[in-house]
Design a protein around this ligand. Sequence first.
Ligand code: BES
Ligand code: ZN
Ligand code: ZN
Length: 493
Amino acid sequence: MKFTVTEEKIGVVQADCEIVIVIDGNLEHKWIKEKTDLETLDFKGKLDDVAFLPHQHRVYAGVDSLDRDEIRLAVANALKAIKKAKYKTVKIASYVKDCPVTNTKAIVEGAKLGTYSFEKYKSEKNPLTIEELIISLEEYADKKLNLEPAQKSVTEAEIIAEVTNHAKEIVNTPPEDMTPARLSEYALEMAKELEDVTCFVGDENFLEEQNMGAFLAVSRASAHAPRFIHLIYKPDNAQEKFVFVGKGLTYDSGGLSLKPSDYMVSMKADKSGAAAAISILEGAARLKVPFEVHAIIGACENMIGGNAYKPDDVLVAKNGKTIEVRNTDAEGRLVLADCLCYATEQKPDYLVDLATLTGACVVAVGEYTTGVMGHSSPLKHSIMAAATKSGELTGSLPFNRYLKKLLKSNIADISNISSSRYGGAITAALFLDNFVEEEYKEKWIHLDIAGPAYVEKDWGYNQCGATGAGVRMCLYWMKDIAYKSSNHHKKEQ
Ligand code: BES
Ligand code: ZN
Ligand code: ZN
């Protein structure tokens, strides 16, 4: 779908269909032409309400306010409602009065995110027919404003939504087709397409050279060999360094501490952290953020077999710490332990790991919300503020020293599970804390995306399945930091 911004008044723009956003039930707006029809249809014009009038070629979608996430949702709802009508061109007015750039961005994101579908494995495809969405900025003409910021915001929003959809595609792909090797090929191919991006891929030999004993143990029983993936985006004059670490379990059967069947289904999504980190890097490179950005991925499968790692084994991580394995299903933290050690060697200014790490996080904050953990409150606040703008939900989970003690092991430096059943999301993060060197503790954020990364029902403008959780919040966050450190004073990013 192509996006065009124009100063032409919405009434004169030529298109097959029009989307009209109704704000807080106000049916008196000049753009609402079918008030009586809408009342007959009992359309209230509140958030999530949608009414398609096929004869008038108009679709109405309600919002409670012009909050950007409500605009995303209204546009997604409207496009969903008209999909079967097979229009080629659609127009929408951008409600410039509020904030033109923000609204334009939200319209584009809502359209692109909301119309994604995963059809690779369907014999009968149902593609979107809409080729162009025309956004009228008629108040721009009245106020004689420059169209350029709006055009730029369209391109930015397209990139952000597109890379989010790429993450969804990786996650939705079945485990036998998205193996660690295939994921590394994806990263290599992506790097080739992008300016200032390089990609290194390491196999078991590399993991051995790096003393990544924990990562190796998790990978061992799989027929698919592990891959260590390191992507770097390094523009000229890069300011700070962001390192994103992603959990890339292309399948998590639980290992010898095998998952019950019902819990194993959907574990192809255990590579969501990796998909997010790769897509964040793609987004950063395409948006040309003024930072050096790294994506470090531990990709492997957690399987069973004669050579599987076992509960009772003691592993040695890259930093020399010994880990008593008490549950092989707590494997993500083992892979991440080694990846985090490697990540701190890159001397990051910001270190973020993304992982579908614990079911406990889903219990704590619900399936739509990412758990945010770390030692620095300002850092947590800054990423959470960016997440809200991006349309992602977050909740902060607090560390404390009592929870930390629960990871004690009788025979090794640390156990891979807590001795208590409570606070599992936090104890998992506190396990990871052992692999973040002192100097980087205040720079580190852990994002547990176990809930929102993969939800088996439609919600908001997300489809059943993968959502690309973490991608938009991290890209908005980097843009925020770039904006704050730049001396330009633009009103909106
Ligand atoms: N990949 C799972 C976590 C998960 C659960 C992700 C549900 C998405 C949805 C992780 O590897 C795991 O199995 N964690 C265990 C940890 C436990 C053994 C301490 C869990 O959460 O049960
Ligand atoms: Zn597991
Ligand atoms: Zn897992």
